[in-house]
Design a protein. Structure first.
Length: 501
């Protein structure tokens, strides 16, 4: 390309062109006394193309992105990966169809299921109790589900398969094998690769899902690459997916006034990947590998490594499982005492996300902080001694009614397998129509059918989905996290769920 979108925007900003068009700030930097790039914020004017009907520079940029990410077709997303996931599912199914979904998918997947009133079959990820992480999706579970569905008398056949890989914690599934299985039935495999946009740019990381046979791949390039928040990509491959239908939903669901600042940041990110990635990734990988080697020698805190052939080494998962500390406590200490903000805290670990944007001094600060905390645990004997077992806090908490211990020790949860009694859309519709709906405290919800979601954010994976019958295990998980000071999102009232009477 002769020039990137950013360079064209800068040239226009420095020119004497005066705009009698949107936006209302008119590129007047003196109007608002803030360091916001108004000078580059324009609308679809002459020479700058239109994302929804791209023919010039935006068309060229998206084609370049497809080439760099090994996709056949790529579209820019300015409403995050969420709009890509919604468009992928809605474009691959008709209202009332059936879809096979990994139960550890992001909440946006469930929103698409609701919007198209889909029937759902779930695949649950493997769970590793040793490291307390939800793991990969077993390809054989997908094969079995598809075989059962297609051999049965059920007229509502599965029309698409949706999984997330890598997970928030960096766990990968075998996309190549899953894609081959799914394609035997002539249906598309959709992969939420939001956390894997950096894949394929250095041998230290796995190849991306485009190279492994996925039909639709959604990536948040703002998560692990240098692009502005809210920017993402959707890639399409092969002949199975209905690309025209996916494009239609992108036009419907994306803003009709996409931000040129966001699109310029995508373009600059792609320009970096095309021209400078080797230098940036090599330096980053050397730094990251040294950090991982150093963290393996912690005495009580532990760097979690899955033991799988492939996993995302950019994610630093630090476990407190062998200590008397909670993940939330470690998160708080790192923030308060060391000014280090983690991506998330879970029951028994914290997650530090890294990228090519990290500097060596920042990584060194994290290593130093963790070793100081580890040493303090040793001095105060705040670790589990050999043979010592943690109390069963889940059972204890479930009996509590009025009060909770905010720093109670807890473990990261395995997703509860709940029975889907109604499609989520039907359950939500019943709640809207006030059909036999009542709001109950968590402890009184066992056995009822939920009309609301319940999840921690991040990571945004529902523990309970509307239409599911609530189990004792699910309620124990909610109370466990509530007592540990985590916010449960998705429901209208704190500490309560709306259920069908």
């Amino acid at each position: 390309m002769s020039e990137t979108l950013y360079k064209r925007l800068k040239k226009y900003s420095d020119s004497d062109y005066y705009g009698f068009h949107m936006p209302g700030h008119k590129r007047n930097k003196e109007l608002i006394k803030a360091d916001i790039p108004y000078a580059y914020d324009i609308t679809e004017i002459t020479g700058f193309d239109d994302l929804h009907h791209s023919k010039e520079i935006l068309k060229e940029e998206q084609e370049r992105a497809a080439k760099i990410f090994h996709a056949e077709e790529t579209a820019f997303l300015v409403n995050g990966s969420t709009v890509g996931i919604l468009s992928a599912i809605l474009g691959s199914t008709e209202k009332g169809d059936r879809i096979l979904v990994a139960r550890n998918c992001h909440k946006s997947v469930y929103h698409a299921i609701y919007m198209n009133e889909l029937h759902v079959d779930y695949i649950y990820p493997n769970y590793d109790p040793e490291v307390e992480l939800n793991g990969e999706i077993d390809p054989e579970k997908i094969r079995k589900k598809l075989e059962e569905n297609y051999k049965s008398d059920c007229e509502n056949k599965i029309k698409a398969v949706m999984i997330v890989s890598p997970t928030y914690d960096g766990v990968l599934s075998d996309i190549e094998t899953i894609a081959k299985i799914v394609h035997e039935y002539g249906i598309p495999l959709i992969v939420d690769e939001a956390h894997g946009a950096h894949f394929g740019f250095h041998p230290y990381f796995p190849r991306n899902a485009n190279e492994k046979g996925a039909d639709i791949v959604i990536q948040s390039i703002h998560k692990t690459l240098p692009s502005l928040t809210q920017t993402a990509l959707i890639h399409m491959n092969g002949q199975i997916v209905d690309r025209e239908s996916v494009r239609m939903y992108l036009h419907m669901l994306q803003s009709s006034s996409p931000s040129y600042i966001l699109m310029a940041s995508i373009d600059e990110c792609i320009d970096m990947l095309e021209n400078y990635r080797d230098a940036y990734f090599q330096s980053y990988v050397e730094n990251l590998d040294n950090v991982r080697k150093n963290l393996r020698h912690l005495k009580h805190l532990k760097l979690v490594e899955t033991g799988k052939v492939e996993y995302d080494k950019s994610k630093l998962v630090i476990s407190v499982k062998d200590t008397k500390m909670t993940g939330k406590e470690l998160h708080r200490i790192l923030l308060k005492n060391y000014h280090l903000e983690m991506e998330l805290s879970a029951g028994s670990y914290v997650l530090a996300m890294t990228s090519i944007g990290d500097k060596k001094d920042g990584m060194d600060r994290l290593v130093k902080a963790l070793y100081e905390i580890d040493e303090e645990l040793d001095k105060k004997e705040l670790f589990n001694k050999k043979g010592e077992k943690e109390p069963n806090n889940v059972d204890n908490i479930s009996k509590k009614t009025d009060s909770c211990e905010k720093n109670i020790k807890l473990h990261s949860y395995q997703l509860p397998e709940l029975e889907q009694v109604y499609p989520s859309a039907e359950a939500i519709k019943k709640a809207k129509n006030k059909e036999n709906v009542v709001s109950l405290e968590y402890k009184n919800c066992v056995g009822y059918i939920s009309t609301e979601y319940a999840y921690l954010y991040p990571p945004g994976i529902p523990i309970i989905v509307p239409g599911e019958q609530i189990s004792n295990k699910a309620i124990k998980i909610l109370i466990q996290y509530e007592c540990a000071g985590f916010d449960i999102e998705g429901a209208k009232e704190e500490g309560k769920l709306e259920v069908l009477k």
